[in-house]
Design a protein around this ligand. Structure first.
Ligand code: PLP
Length: 389
């Protein structure tokens, strides 16, 4: 019998009207022939915009040679790519994944295996923060303890303690001999674009050192140049023990990674973890092209300059329009808190041809591709003003 349904997709994303057929730089073109300035980047993913020629070239070249072999076999390019990631970060080792949540899962396994290796059997709790978002797997749902995402999915996993964000006293009062690690987003994304204050990050580092716990940063949204540095933790001038990355790492190719120090991943030995696709030849080819571009001359300086320009323009709008309650964020991950429903205002921006992404706390998120120019910022600001008047 032929089945008949309006949609064969699980309706997890609700109904969606807008469809895009083409992307070019910072623009998207819809099926009804409208051009959009993309300040959402597919939720902070398209770090180099759409169809960047260097990534297209790298993907095309690799796709004609070899797609997949599995991690049963040696892969020199994977080694070279991991070396670049380590040379430009605190890390000594990399595990390649396919998404942000998988990178978080890997980091949690690094933490648990570290304490098991050192026979610290009491150290079984990971401290996390209110408003955080680490993904949709059971460990991620259990870590963030947010009913919005976990309601109706039964028992969560034990071993996570969720405390108020940016509250040093609460952190000090919670850390004890059972603390295994502290997990925090360097810039809270889904929770409402809240940069973790640098002094709070420094305090976490100190507390982790004192309590023999690991510092695990979620840089899935904030990493790969979005803050104006390769990783946002660099602004705090410290080294974490583990970070989870994804999104911008592949500029649209589905990939991620967990980076760790040698000390932290001491027990991630043969057979302890694995992934069929993680770090396959296609992903590595794209990842190398992306990071080479981000590390190229003046790229990050430019992100920083444009981000400051955008910030100043938005701050001027904050003064001018009652609709804007607050502008916050860091680098090219900015949030506009609106008086009316953010969904409504987001729709108005969309009508003017500007794509943005709602976040919690009634925030409209701006996460443009890192390749935007001053002109693109001016264009976005004009569209925002046109929507607000
Ligand atoms: N961590 C953070 C900070 C995120 O913003 C996200 C996704 O939005 C994730 C983890 C999960 O990533 P993914 O959707 O690729 O599993």
């Amino acid at each position: 019998m032929i089945k008949n349904s309006e949609s064969y997709l699980m309706p997890t994303y609700g109904s969606r009207e807008l469809e895009f057929l083409k992307g070019e730089g910072v623009y998207l073109f819809s099926s009804n022939n409208k051009k959009y300035l993309d300040f959402g980047s597919g939720i902070a993913v398209n770090s180099l915009g759409h169809c960047h020629p260097k990534i297209v070239e790298a993907l095309n070249e690799q796709s004609n040679k070899l797609w997949h072999t599995s991690n049963l076999y040696s892969n020199k390019k994977q080694e070279e790519y991991a070396k670049i990631l380590c040379q430009y970060s605190f890390a000594d080792k990399v595990f390649f994944t396919n998404s942000g949540a998988e990178s978080i899962e890997c980091g949690i396994k690094v933490i648990r295996s570290f304490h098991h290796h050192h026979k610290n059997f009491k150290k079984e709790n990971i401290i996390t923060f209110e408003g955080s978002f680490h993904g949709r797997t059971y460990a991620a749902l259990s870590a963030q303890q947010n009913k919005k995402y976990s309601e109706g999915f039964g028992k969560m996993l034990p071993g996570f303690i969720n405390i108020p964000f940016n509250d040093i006293e609460a952190l000090k009062n919670t850390v004890n001999e059972s603390t295994a690690a502290v997990l925090i987003e360097t810039i809270q994304g889904e929770g409402g674009i809240r940069p973790t204050p640098l002094n709070f990050l420094k305090e976490i580092r100190k507390i982790c050192n004192k309590s023999n716990s690991l510092m695990f940063l979620d840089e899935v949204q904030s990493g790969f140049g979005r803050s104006g540095k390769l990783f946002a933790y660099e602004w705090a001038d410290l080294s974490p023990d583990i970070i989870a990355v994804a999104k911008g790492i592949g500029s649209g190719f589905p990939m991620g990674a967990c980076l760790a120090s040698n000390d932290a991943c001491i027990a991630m030995i043969k057979g302890s973890h694995g992934s069929t696709f993680g770090g396959n030849p296609l992903a590595v080819a794209v990842g190398k092209a992306v990071i080479n571009e981000i590390l190229s001359n003046n790229f990050l300086d430019n992100v920083d300059k444009i981000a400051r320009y955008l910030w100043n323009k938005l701050k001027a709008l904050e003064k001018k329009y009652d609709e804007i309650i607050e502008v916050r964020g860091a680098g090219l991950l900015l949030g506009i808190k609106t008086k009316n429903s953010n969904m409504q205002i987001n729709k108005k921006f969309e009508e003017k041809g500007l794509l943005t992404i709602p976040a919690s706390d009634n925030i409209i998120r701006l996460a443009p591709p890192l390749i935007i120019t001053f002109d693109h910022v001016d264009e976005a600001i004009k569209k925002i003003e046109d929507a607000l008047v």
